[in-house]
Design a protein around this ligand. Structure first.
Ligand code: SAM
Length: 222
């Protein structure tokens, strides 16, 4: 079993991992004396993310691919009035999601063959999923998402450092704690999405390494 399957197919292991990483990061920021700067950067990212969410999620039908335990879908439903469908390759995750976040609908499936008709949801969303997909299925996943989405595809993922030494360290950290396949830099993301019409994006910086892309699903270049 791959490391990411081990971590992500068991909800208890996943929750323990997220909590441990969060606490370790807070401790590191405290030791480095950069808590305030980090909070400022994180707040700016989440403020921008909120603007994107308000614009693209309000009262929409959303398919969250790699939905895990479904917590994100519950927050979308409660905060933005979305109708939510979760899809995950792990039966275990879907089992726990349908118990713990039962107001959404769930399907077991793989991101590269979405069992849905063309344009049947408004938004297809990925929350920390893309780096867990083998590189050879990422293109097909994006194509499938654009087929199923009527309006936009949203990708929330990690953004790696451009500096090669920092990238090396980040890759080791993420491989150990997360076990994903590929952690792209801003340049690599832009290259991967170069044929797409990017409607909006948010790019993390310094120790805040999250990014968000809003991709026009109607731009059929793939
Ligand atoms: C890091 S977890 C993220 C879970 C959830 N989106 C969240 O943010 O809490 C990655 C999820 O993607 C799922 N996954 C991995 N490969 C997949 C694929 N090819 N198709 C669908 N889901 C996949 C895993 O089973 C796991 O639940």
């Amino acid at each position: 079993m791959r490391l990411d399957e081990l971590i992500h197919s068991n909800p208890k292991v996943y929750t323990a991992k997220v909590t441990t990483i969060f606490r370790s990061k807070q401790l590191l920021y405290k030791i480095l004396g950069i808590q305030k700067q980090q909070k400022y950067i994180a707040d700016a990212h989440f403020k921008k993310r909120e603007v994107i969410f308000q614009q693209f999620f309000k009262n929409k039908k959303v398919l969250d691919v790699g939905s895990g335990r479904g917590d994100f879908l519950t927050s979308l439903r409660e905060k933005y009035g979305c109708y939510c469908i979760g899809l995950d390759i792990s039966q275990n995750m879907i089992f726990h999601a349908s118990q713990d976040n039962s107001a959404s609908v769930y399907v077991v499936g793989s991101s590269n063959f979405l069992p849905f008709k063309d344009g049947c949801v408004d938004v297809v969303h990925f929350h920390h999923v893309f780096h867990h997909l083998p590189p050879n299925i990422q293109e097909k996943t994006l194509k499938e998402s654009k087929r199923v989405a009527h309006e936009v595809v949203m990708i929330n993922d990690n953004v790696n450092w451009e500096n090669s030494f920092k990238r090396f360290l980040a890759n080791i950290f993420w491989k150990i704690t997360d076990g994903g396949y590929i952690y792209r830099t801003e340049t690599q993301w832009k290259k991967f999405l170069d044929k797409e019409n990017i409607l909006d994006y948010s790019m993390g910086k310094y120790l805040m390494r999250h990014c968000y892309f809003v991709i026009d699903a109607k731009n059929r270049v793939r």
